[in-house]
Ligand binder design. Structure first.
Ligand code: ATP
Ligand code: MG
Length: 497
């Protein structure tokens, strides 16, 4: 006897529901999408206990005709497509005819609806797929769906639900994204009796952003509006200075649908290269409008991903849209100076070793003799024959102007052998002088370089001699400092960071 069973209707429905309804947030997403497809411009979402025990979505859309109500809860029942060809250009958010059948088979669902062409509304109740009530009801045009006790009849699924708070946050995230995707719709979100979101529905993306993410975020944005090869890109990106530590604030919408799009995200970040600090990410709320035929929305169970027939136009449009906005809104004042070879500013731009901390020590394996005027032995050589500089020179610390050498004890001893001959050269100043730790001939601060006694190579450093005075900041971008009472140094603080 064979082992293959054809599953009965109820089990098949539960399996199908598992794909569509994973948690309260996925049910809410389906219900809100239905309201949007019904042409609503006012949608209220309410949840209790993370949505697990109670969810309600009320809209002022077209409503469902009494004759259609039962059909709407059957699998593969939809008013949005009819024929195979329709799948090639889907203009609505829903199209599979699965959401209501799935949600109603794993919860206790109550519907109140009145179609705009009908005088009387209808109340319909369905528990785990079984009809309970079908009756007249007085209600305004539009639809209210109440979903209670999600997964009450599938304990296995129930176990995977998170704490109420986490489930509620997931629902909030769905409502936020949907509110951003349709700024022409006024959304209200009530969580455990408290209103946590209200958008105006004035059609402006910025207003929706303001309601969802708050004033601070909204104030740190710049507008994007661009069209290329039939792809329109509209919305906002964060000013470079307001970049984020991760990508969580990147929202892309394609034809009014929130989607995850790697292509768009890569294009955004490529365009921001050079403007946004390494390790930071631009934030955005970008609405892309493309021909319906250019995308396939039938690729993901919760319709959160779409496939592009050709990714290139999407990438190009987002890239150029963002670049154009960045160029237009670059608030940094441009500073330019005539190119003069030897002026103080061009000298400053030449890379020079700069001593800020001991960490900038340059280690040298084989130290070479310094130029004549820096090496006292060179001058001795001329008088007493060849004397090599001490071999254990171990480290050189650069100041802007002069190197400081560190010699070993051995080198100091050798130096003492020639003390008498050295004496006569002492009169002549050198940049680097050899001294004993016990008997410094000058105070260290009076010397351009010093040598200390050391058995092992030791590091030695001193503060740079440059006098740096902070003057102030210009255009919130450039730090001005005065150097050595004679030069002004201008530092682009973003680049410096
Ligand atoms: N809020 C609503 N207002 C008006 N009609 C609705 C509403 N919700 C559902 N309907 C009707 O019920 C039908 C079935 O809804 P359901 O969500 O199950 O499928 P769908 O939206 O067509 O496709 P999908 O499964 O992809 O969401 C819809 O096609 C629509 O005609
Ligand atoms: Mg639907």
């Amino acid at each position: 006897m064979g082992v293959i069973n054809v599953l009965d209707k109820h089990v098949a429905e539960l399996i199908a529901a598992g794909e569509v309804v994973e948690r309260p947030a996925s049910a809410i997403k389906e219900l809100i999408e239905n309201s949007i497809d019904a042409g609503a411009d006012d949608i209220t979402v309410e949840i209790q206990n993370g949505g697990i025990t109670f969810m309600r979505v009320t809209d002022n859309g077209c409503g469902i005709m009494r004759d259609d109500i039962k059909k709407a809860f059957l699998p593969h029942a939809t008013s949005k497509i009819k024929l195979e060809n329709d799948l090639e250009s889907i203009s609505t958010l829903g199209f599979r005819g699965e959401a209501l059948s799935s949600i109603s088979s794993v919860s206790r669902l109550q519907l109140l609806t009145r179609h705009k062409s009908e005088e009387l509304g209808t109340s319909y109740e369905i528990d785990g797929g079984e009809e309970i009530v079908f009756d007249d009801a007085g209600c305004p045009v539009g639809t209210t769906m109440i979903v209670r006790d999600l997964f009450y009849n599938i304990p296995a699924r129930m176990k995977f639900l998170k704490q109420n708070r986490a489930e509620g946050n997931a629902v909030a995230n769905v409502v936020d994204k949907t509110a951003l995707s349709h700024p022409e719709i006024a959304f209200t979100f009530i969580r455990d009796g408290r209103r946590v979101l209200k958008t105006s529905g004035d059609g402006k993306i910025k207003s929706a952003i303001y309601s969802v993410f708050g004033k601070d975020f909204a104030d740190g944005l710049m507008p994007v509006s661009y069209e290329l090869n039939g792809v329109s890109v509209k919305g906002y990106i964060s000013k470079p200075i307001n970049s984020r530590p991760n990508r969580s604030m990147q929202s892309f919408f394609i034809n009014g649908r929130y989607v995850r799009s790697r292509t768009a995200s890569v294009a955004l970040e490529e365009a921001c290269k050079g403007s946004v600090m390494v390790g930071k990410f631009p934030a955005c709320v970008l609405h892309l409008t493309v021909p319906f035929e250019a995308i396939d929305v039938n690729v993901h169970p919760s319709k959160i991903e779409v496939r592009f027939i050709n990714e290139r136009p999407i990438f190009d449009a987002v890239y150029h849209a963002v670049k154009t906005s960045l160029n237009k809104n670059d608030e940094r004042k441009k500073l330019s100076f005539p190119e003069k070879k030897d002026d103080a500013f061009s000298q400053l731009r030449k890379p020079k070793p700069f001593v800020a901390t001991p960490a900038v020590f340059e280690k040298k394996e084989e130290a070479k003799p310094e130029p004549t005027h820096n090496n006292p032995f060179d001058e001795l050589n001329a008088v007493v024959g060849t004397i090599n500089p001490p071999k254990k020179e171990t480290a050189v610390l650069h100041d802007y102007d002069s190197p400081i050498k560190v010699y070993s004890k051995d080198a100091v001893r050798r130096q003492e052998n020639f003390q008498s001959k050295l004496e006569k050269f002492k009169a002549k100043p050198t940049d680097t002088e050899i001294v004993s730790e016990k008997k410094p001939e000058k105070k260290p601060e009076e010397q351009p370089g010093i040598i200390v006694e050391a058995d092992e190579p030791k590091t030695l450093y001193e503060q740079p001699k440059n006098k740096i005075v902070f003057i102030g900041e210009a255009f919130k971008t450039y730090i001005l400092v005065e150097k050595n009472d004679k030069e002004i140094v201008i530092i682009d603080k973003h680049a410096a960071h």
